[in-house]
Design a protein around this ligand. Structure first.
Ligand code: PMV
Length: 355
C-alpha cells in the first residue's frame, strides 16, 4: 500500500448528525522508535506489545455545517481542554486529504484516559489511535463502505508516530525491515511470524514514578536525533535488535528477550542524555527500581526485566507464569519508589475497538 491508497472521496451520504465511540490501548515498545523524518515517518523500525488496561476511550459527536474549515472542541474527562487543540488541529490538517469530510462537520471530541496524561505512559499514542478509530468509523457511515485495512493505523501515525502501533493487538511492527514481510513506514502491522506462548500473555506493571508532565517532549527528542552524533549507529542498532527478536519470539527465549529489551530502554535514554542539548528524563527512583529489578532477577532466577518510554516511569515486564512471586515483589518493594505507591498491573491486550 502507498499513501495514495488511503486518499478518500467526498462522502455520498448526507448525514446531518451522528456519534461514535471507540477505545484504543497504549503500547509499550520493545525495540524503540526514536527519530523521524518527513510526515511522521520513522528513522528505524520498532516493535511493541499492545497493552490492555492502559487505554483511551473517545466519543466523537459530529454535526454537518455550512461553512468550510475545521471546527472542533475537545473535552478531557468532561472538561473543555483547549491545550489539546493545537495537536488535533495539526492532525486534522495532515489527515484532510484522507478524510475530506473533516472540513464539513463540527466535532465534539470527548476523551478519557485510564492513566495520567503526559506521564510517559503513551497517552498520546492511545489518544490519537482512539481518535483515528472514531474518524474511520465516521467515514464508514458516510461512505457506507469499509475504508482500506490499516487506514486507522495510517491516520493514527499522522497524529503521533507510535500511535500507529495501538490499533492491532499483541505484537505490532512499525517501520520497514527487510526481514519482516509487509512491514512499512506507513502504518503498524501485526507481527507476522510465529510467537511462543510465553509472549502471548506477557505482563506489564507500569510503575508511576513521576506522574507530572515530562520536562522535554518527544517531539523535541525526535528532533534532536536529526543532528545527533550517534544517530546512524542508533538506527542500525534498532534494526539489528529487531532482527534478533525474530528467533527469540519464536523460541520463547526469555534471556535473549530481557537482554534486548533492557538494551533498547537504556539506548533510548542514552540518546536523550548524549544529544545536544542533552537531557535526563529518568528520576533517582527510576534508577533505584532498575537496580532492584536486576538484583531480584539474579537472586531469584526470575524472568523479570524493565523498559522505559520517554519518561521516568518504569514498565516491569514478566511472564504470566511468574506473576505471583513478581507481583508480591512489586507490591512490597517497588511500590515504595512510586509516587503515592501508584502502579498499574497491565498485560498484552487485543487492540482497539469501536463500541
Ligand atoms: O510517538 P511519539 O512521537 O510520542 O514517540 C514516542 C517514542 C517512544 O515512546 C519513546 C518509543 C516508542 O517506540 O514508543
Amino acid at each position: 500500500m502507498s499513501e495514495k491508497d488511503f486518499l478518500s472521496r467526498k462522502p455520498s451520504l448526507n448525514i446531518e448528525h451522528g456519534e461514535v465511540s471507540c477505545f484504543a490501548p497504549s503500547n509499550i515498545a520493545l525495540v524503540k522508535y526514536w527519530g523521524k523524518h518527513g510526515l511522521q515517518l520513522p528513522k528505524n523500525p520498532s516493535i511493541s506489545f499492545t497493552l490492555n488496561k492502559c487505554r483511551t476511550i473517545t466519543r466523537v459527536v459530529f454535526d454537518k455545517k455550512e461553512s468550510k474549515g475545521f471546527d472542533f472542541e475537545v473535552f478531557l474527562d468532561g472538561g473543555k481542554t483547549d491545550s489539546f487543540k493545537p495537536k488535533i488541529q495539526t492532525f486534522f490538517e495532515r489527515a484532510l486529504p484522507y478524510l475530506p469530510f473533516l472540513e464539513d462537520y463540527r466535532f465534539e471530541i470527548h476523551t478519557e484516559n485510564s492513566f495520567p496524561h503526559g506521564s510517559g505512559i503513551a497517552s498520546s499514542a492511545s489518544g490519537m489511535a482512539a481518535l483515528a478509530m472514531c474518524l474511520i468509523e465516521i467515514e464508514k457511515k458516510l461512505l457506507s463502505e469499509n475504508p482500506p485495512t490499516h487506514k486507522a493505523s495510517f491516520l493514527a501515525r499522522l497524529g503521533s508516530g507510535s500511535a500507529c502501533r495501538s490499533i492491532e493487538g499483541g505484537l505490532v511492527v512499525w517501520g520497514k525491515h527487510p526481514k519482516i514481510e509487509k512491514s512499512t513506514d506507513l502504518y503498524g502491522i501485526s507481527y507476522p511470524y510465529e510467537v511462543h506462548q510465553v509472549f502471548k500473555n506477557f505482563q506489564d506493571t507500569v510503575l508511576l514514578i513521576d506522574e507530572g508532565e515530562k520536562s522535554v517532549s518527544s517531539t523535541v527528542g525526535h528532533d534532536l536525533m536529526k543532528q545527533h552524533f550517534f544517530a546512524e549507529k542508533r538506527f542500525e542498532q534498532a534494526g539489528e535488535n529487531l532482527e534478533k527478536m525474530i528467533p527469540i519470539l519464536r523460541q520463547g527465549d526469555l534471556n535473549g528477550f530481557i537482554n534486548i529489551v533492557e538494551n533498547e530502554a537504556l539506548s533510548l535514554h542514552a540518546m536523550m542524555m548524549t544529544g545536544n542539548p542533552g537531557y535526563i528524563l529518568m528520576k533517582p527512583n527510576t534508577l533505584k527500581v532498575i537496580e532492584e529489578i536486576r538484583e531480584f532477577r539474579k537472586m531469584n532466577s526470575a524472568n523479570i526485566c524493565f523498559t522505559l518510554d520517554a519518561g521516568a516511569n518504569v514498565h516491569v515486564l514478566y511472564p504470566y507464569s511468574e506473576r505471583e512471586i513478581i507481583q508480591v515483589f512489586i507490591k512490597e518493594k517497588l511500590a515504595g519508589y512510586c509516587q503515592n505507591r501508584n502502579f498499574i498491573e497491565d498485560s498484552v491486550g487485543t487492540g482497539a475497538e469501536c463500541l
